[in-house]
Design a protein around this ligand. Structure first.
Ligand code: NAG
Ligand code: NAG
Ligand code: NAG
Ligand code: NAG
Ligand code: NAG
Ligand code: NAG
Ligand code: NAG
Ligand code: NAG
Ligand code: NAG
Ligand code: NAG
Ligand code: NAG
Ligand code: NAG
Length: 630
């Protein structure tokens, strides 16, 4: 993979930096594994009452160290993943009214000719099955994906200043039911939800998070509120991970990576060390249905596997659960009690419930575990011995081929069923959600029970040798939908062409609709609005493993992302906002037998892939600016 060559140079530079930082003798006093990393004992152990929480909360009982506590009255158990959870079905009912209101407002700004889209929604508001269900998926690709995807979410968010002007798209985020993220996309989704669903502009301008000028090898030295010296930063990380290890949990490099990452993303001391992913489910705005449901994706690595096959089991972290809808495992575990000891789907007798294992940074680190690589190179530097020793201990026990795993032990699915490999081991290994090449987190949105009509797929992948998308993620998901695993999972996906065609037809540089003609498909797959990263005002094809950006560059990539989503505020094509709404409404109009307005027909002629192909090798791909540069 050529991306790594670039990172080697980067890491050499990092090495020099390390030498500078740690040639000082005082570096030796960093606490080591056997030394100073006492769990933080001052926290009182009480069972929390979730009804009082108002936002994603630092609700772990002992920071990064999971703790066994009395179980709530209902003992947690593993459930069959062939249906939605009751938490989700109940939540969906509440979410609906919010999306209805948001669609009415957003659609009112657009002219679809013969159809009044706002009053169409109003008319069908009481009929759940008639209404469109919208998902947004933010791909992986490191900080590039966070920034490019972030620009798109900024454009889709009605809270963004000027986002309801003509040519803008504010309101799509409020109209969506689901928002998924994977790897770098999980950093984006996590940043929003762990900071009280804050908007992208606030994240960008916060002065505490998204400070990408401070690399993870340095820590938040320039944060307005959480400034710590690099040395202290590393001792905090070491203390946290060792605390978890000491009470008996196996740790992996992902624990270190996730801790470091969180300092960039969570607006709280020590990178939000006590924030759990499950605490999102207790936030007021989420519980009331006022904001979309966030889902993060990771891939399973079955025992004994090293490479991730295309038919691997795809896991999701939603606010309530970790699990998969893929057979043969097809099971979900309560997220809040991850780390508890289950067997055959039940909590072992006399076991207490473990709280605080689902640390939010650890979950985002899991989805992006490919970046564990970066941490391993610390060995080649003058980094503190404590960190090096810990990483080497982990490597010694798991082997180099498993550098990228996140260890979930005890495995909640142990002996849950007899068919799945994942149920045979006491360890569940998860890896970066993009390792199966499905770099856009579509899988949770293709679950038939979720009944999505349309998915906005934000693709920030670095597929071509010049690091632009070429449709590889779409091809991977399409092929998976045709495999026996895809069929057994009930997944349907519109057909997409090969990568050469994506480039030759420009499908990888203009927004493209796939699955426009649903009668072509045996089942009702959602329509996919594919929005690839493309240079509008900035060459945003920065390297996946570039982990440091100065503020002007960060802001330009976010602004480019805004332009990618809006087609430069509809200056490339003034019909773009209308066409997006046509795509959003398409499946619903079919269901309610409503005539497609002429305007939409024109849109579909322009934006739908027409089924043609051109398999010629396109050669090197160097797209030019879409907005002429002066
Ligand atoms: C889950 O439910 C499905 C559908 O009822 C069933 O076919 C499957 O065997 C169940 N899985 C387990 C592990 O019980
Ligand atoms: C999920 O639903 C179950 C059953 O209705 C309920 O006991 C539990 O509290 C819910 N979980 C959360 C986090 O709301
Ligand atoms: C949604 O709005 C309808 C009126 O349009 C109302 O009858 C219903 O109770 C609302 N549902 C929820 C869950 O608030
Ligand atoms: C669409 O219908 C709404 C009422 O539902 C009305 O306020 C609005 O003016 C209509 N828009 C157009 C363009 O006719
Ligand atoms: C609700 O919409 C569906 C189409 O999805 C339609 O078949 C059904 O008749 C509608 N129900 C009512 C009560 O209008
Ligand atoms: C979270 O955001 C909501 C809605 O914007 C706001 O009402 C609430 O006060 C915020 N909560 C905290 C703790 O900041
Ligand atoms: C970060 O937290 C501070 C308070 O500690 C708050 O004032 C600020 O709005 C937060 N920023 C974001 C982006 O959430
Ligand atoms: C790091 O160095 C130690 C001792 O010098 C060695 O045992 C270990 O294999 C090295 N690890 C990596 C990842 O290179
Ligand atoms: C498309 O991307 C894949 C994945 O990076 C790569 O192997 C392939 O060579 C690319 N093809 C073209 C034509 O860019
Ligand atoms: C994945 O494919 C391999 C090879 O074709 C097959 O042996 C394995 O059973 C498949 N796994 C699943 C979960 O379908
Ligand atoms: C589109 O609008 C955004 C936000 O208002 C702005 O940052 C961007 O520069 C505009 N795009 C162009 C091409 O003018
Ligand atoms: C197919 O793509 C190649 C490479 O981009 C191009 O030169 C050729 O003109 C295309 N063929 C057709 C029929 O469009």
């Amino acid at each position: 993979m050529n991306i790594f060559n670039l990172s080697v140079l980067k890491l050499l530079l990092v090495g020099i930096l390390w030498q500078e930082l740690y040639s000082h003798p005082s570096a030796q006093i960093l606490p080591n594994e056997q030394g100073l990393m006492q769990p933080h004992a001052e926290h009182t152990i009480t069972v929390k009452s979730s009804s009082l929480h108002s936002k994603a909360l630092p609700d772990a009982p002992d920071q990064y160290t999971p703790q066994s506590l009395v179980c709530p009255i209902d003992s947690p158990f593993i459930r069959n993943g062939s249906t939605l959870s009751t938490n989700e079905t109940e939540w969906l009912e509440k979410r609906r009214n919010f999306t209805v209101d948001a669609m009415i407002q957003f659609f009112a700004r657009l002219d679809l000719g013969s159809l009044n889209a706002s009053s169409y929604i109003e008319k069908n508001a009481a009929n759940a099955s008639a209404l469109p269900v919208i998902g947004i998926a933010a791909s992986g690709g490191g900080y590039r994906a966070l920034m490019n995807g972030g620009g798109a979410l900024q454009a889709f968010d009605s809270r963004t200043v000027n986002s309801s002007l003509p040519g803008h798209l504010g309101g799509i985020l409020q109209s969506a039911t689901y928002l998924t993220g994977l790897s770098g996309g999980s950093w984006l989704v996590g940043s929003m939800y762990l900071n009280n669903f804050t908007d992208i502009t606030s994240l960008r301008d916060s002065g505490n998070v998204w400070m990408f000028q401070n690399s993870i090898f340095v820590g938040p030295t320039e944060s307005d509120d959480f400034d710590v010296r690099t040395f202290e930063y590393f001792s905090q990380i070491q203390d946290a991970v060792t605390g978890k290890y000491i009470v008996g949990y196996n740790t992996s490099i992902t624990d270190y990576w996730g801790r470091a990452l969180a300092y960039q993303l969570i607006n709280a001391t020590e990178g939000g060390i006590s924030y759990t992913w499950s605490s999102i489910s207790t936030s007021t705005d989420f519980q009331s249905g006022a904001i979309p449901m966030p889902i993060i994706v990771a891939d399973g690595r079955a025992p004994g596997e090293v490479l991730i096959p295309d038919n691997t089991t795809v896991f999701e972290f939603n606010p309530w659960e970790l699990g998969t809808s893929n057979p043969p495992l097809q099971a979900f575990a309560p997220l809040q009690f991850l780390g508890s000891k289950y067997s055959t789907g039940k909590l072992l007798t006399d076991e207490e419930c473990v709280w605080g294992f689902d640390n939010a940074g650890f979950i985002m680190g899991t989805s992006s575990s490919l970046f564990n690589q970066a941490f391993l190179k610390i060995n080649d530097t003058d980094a503190p011995d404590a960190i090096k020793n810990s990483l080497n201990r982990i490597l010694g026990s798991i082997g180099e081929a498993n550098q990228d795993i996140a260890v979930y032990e005890p495995n909640p699915f142990y002996l849950y069923n007899s068919q799945s490999e994942y149920a045979k081991s006491t360890v569940l290994s998860l890896v970066d959600g993009g390792e199966d090449l499905q770099n856009i987190p579509l899988e949770p949105l293709l679950q038939p029970q979720r009944k999505l009509d349309v998915i906005i797929a934000l693709d920030s992948s670095a597929d071509t040798s010049t690091r632009w998308p070429n449709g590889t993620a779409m091809v991977a998901t399409y092929q998976r939908s045709l495999s026996s695993l895809g069929k057994d999972s009930g997944i349907t996906f519109p057909s997409v062409p090969d990568q050469n065609t994506f480039i030759n037809l420009g499908l990888n540089k203009n927004p493209t609709f796939f699955g426009c003609n649903s009668s072509n498909m045996s089942d009702s797959a959602p329509l996919i609005i594919y929005i690839p990263n493309s240079p509008y005002i900035y060459q945003s094809n920065v390297s996946t493993f570039e982990l440091e950006y100065d503020t002007p560059e960060r802001d330009l990539i976010i602004e480019n992302g805004y332009n990618v989503a809006t087609m430069a505020n509809a200056t490339i094509n003034s019909d773009w906002p209308t066409c997006l709404v046509c795509a959003i409404l398409s499946r619903s109009l079919e269901r309610t037998d409503t005539a497609i307005p002429e305007k939409c027909t024109i849109c579909f002629q322009r934006y739908c892939w027409d089924g043609t192909t051109n398999h010629t090798d396109p050669g090197d791909y160097y797209p030019s600016y879409k907005v002429p540069q002066g």
